[in-house]
Design a protein around this ligand. Structure first.
Ligand code: FAD
Length: 413
């Protein structure tokens, strides 16, 4: 049994902490936030690998995981169907996964208000100091502390999030509010709408209390819109009192003026079904889209995983699945090689290039989305062709492509 520290108590940290705990290790998880992380996430696309990681983490995976959707559809500006595609997928939510993973992990090992601020290591151990003055020591440290990882800042300060040039409006709308037309033509689908240079997508998720019964569900949407870094992004990340949040504006702080403008544009350029959803979503929020690409994810007794290691833009729909995969690989090598730097190096050998591929694929999917605008065409045939490509490529299981090193098609290089 080894002493292992996990930094970050979101989904990635909970995956690795749960899996290693079940291997018999002495795990302490350090999480910066003091309150519940719940209530801030929205929809998550699941893949087979996610179910495997959940099972390894001790979570029971059954039909209550999420909402099964069998078809994708793209709607035109007029609301008509531009194309559809069969693709069964289970859609869940960040909160659902968080609760399942958190309930599997002993509360006394999940320490909150522990913001790691520095670390040192020697031949036998790694030691961290938290902002509250407390210190922890262990044989290994696994950092899953997110896009602005404090641990990464210590070991690889040169790696910084790079703004992709666009933001995502997000939110969930209660099914019960929606018109019959929107329910009939969109609600049960993984839906898309592709205005020039932008992309709207959405899918149904469970409602309050994880209720998946018809009438009780919600529609989760993500609307990607370009925003210049120097002007528009700063304005979007500034609240109604003039306070600027450079690393992300809390959902309830998003300015009502931006929300009103976003809804107005939705009526002008999106299918009416989506405009209705945006109109009826109580608290839309927004996130800037970033890339994080690491060249090194293991530093002797310290490993980076999850968003601390790589952030692929959400078009791949893989943030959580990737974290689950990485957690399983770390645990596999610790089981084989012990809690040693060699085990972490084996993890890096297996996952570094895959993580880089995920980032590259996400950039490719984002570029493609933006390229639509530059074509400057509203030709229906062209839109149809783009619709099929977007539906076929977004948030699909790419494990085979990753294994073959083909996450980005050769034509896109
Ligand atoms: C509130 C929230 C909502 C999300 N919603 C979605 C979603 O709807 N869809 C989606 O695809 N992805 C979502 N994500 C991202 C998704 O959860 C991640 O891609 C996935 O969980 C893997 O990220 P992670 O666990 O490595 O990092 P994150 O989820 O970013 O978590 C990092 C954790 O580390 C903690 N932390 C940061 N710095 C320190 C420090 N110095 N010391 C200690 N702890 C620290 C943070 O408080 C946070 O809990 C969300 C993330 C969060 C935090």
């Amino acid at each position: 049994m080894a002493k292992i520290l996990v930094v970050g108590g979101s989904l990635g940290g909970l995956f690795v902490a749960n899996i290693l705990l079940r291997q018999g290790h002495d795990i302490t998880l350090l999480e910066k936030a003091t309150g519940s992380l719940d209530g801030r996430g929205a929809g998550i696309v699941t893949h087979d690998a996610l179910a495997q990681a959940l099972k390894a983490a001790g979570v029971t995976v059954d039909h209550t995981l999420g909402v099964l959707v069998s078809q994708r559809v793209t709607l035109g500006r007029d609301g008509n169907n531009l194309g559809e595609m069969e693709l069964p997928q289970v859609l869940t939510s960040w909160s659902r996964l968080y609760h399942m993973l958190k309930e599997s992990f002993p509360a006394e090992r999940y320490l909150q208000g522990k913001a790691v601020k520095s670390l040192t290591q020697n031949a036998n151990s790694v030691r961290v100091q938290c902002e509250d003055g407390s210190q922890y020591e262990a044989e290994l440290l696994i950092a899953s502390d997110g896009i602005r990882s404090g641990v990464r800042a210590q070991v690889a300060p040169e790696v910084q999030p790079e703004y992709a040039g666009y933001i995502a409006w997000r939110g969930v709308c209660d099914e019960a509010c929606l018109s019959q037309h929107t329910l009939d033509t969109l609600f049960n689908h993984f839906g898309f709408c592709l205005p020039d240079g932008e992309q709207m997508l959405g899918y149904p998720v469970a409602g309050s209390g994880n209720d998946t019964r018809p009438g009780k569900r919600r529609y989760n949407f993500v609307w990607y819109r370009p925003a210049s870094q120097d002007k528009e992004l700063i304005s979007l990340l500034t609240d109604d009192d003039g306070r600027y949040y450079p690393t992300g504006i809390p959902p309830l702080k998003v300015s009502w003026k931006h929300i009103a403008h976003m809804r107005q544009v939705a009526h002008e350029i999106l299918a009416p079904q989506y405009a209705e959803i945006l109109e009826k979503t109580a608290a839309p929020f927004l996130q800037a889209i970033y890339d994080v690409r690491s060249e090194q994810i293991v530093f002797d007794r310290v490993a980076l995983m999850g968003d601390a290691a790589f952030v692929g833009r959400p078009h791949v729909g893989m943030g959580v699945t990737k974290a689950g995969d990485e957690a399983m690989v770390i645990a596999k090598y610790i089981a084989q090689l012990g809690a040693t730097p060699q085990a972490l190096q084996a993890y890096s050998d297996e996952r570094l290039k895959l993580g880089q591929q995920v980032v590259a694929r996400a950039q490719y999917l984002g570029r493609y989305m933006q390229a639509q605008g530059s074509k400057g065409t509203r030709d229906t045939d062209n839109l149809k062709r783009n619709a099929s490509t977007v539906m076929a490529e977004t948030a699909i299981d790419i494990s085979d492509l990753l294994a073959q090193g083909k996450a980005v098609p050769e034509s896109a290089h």
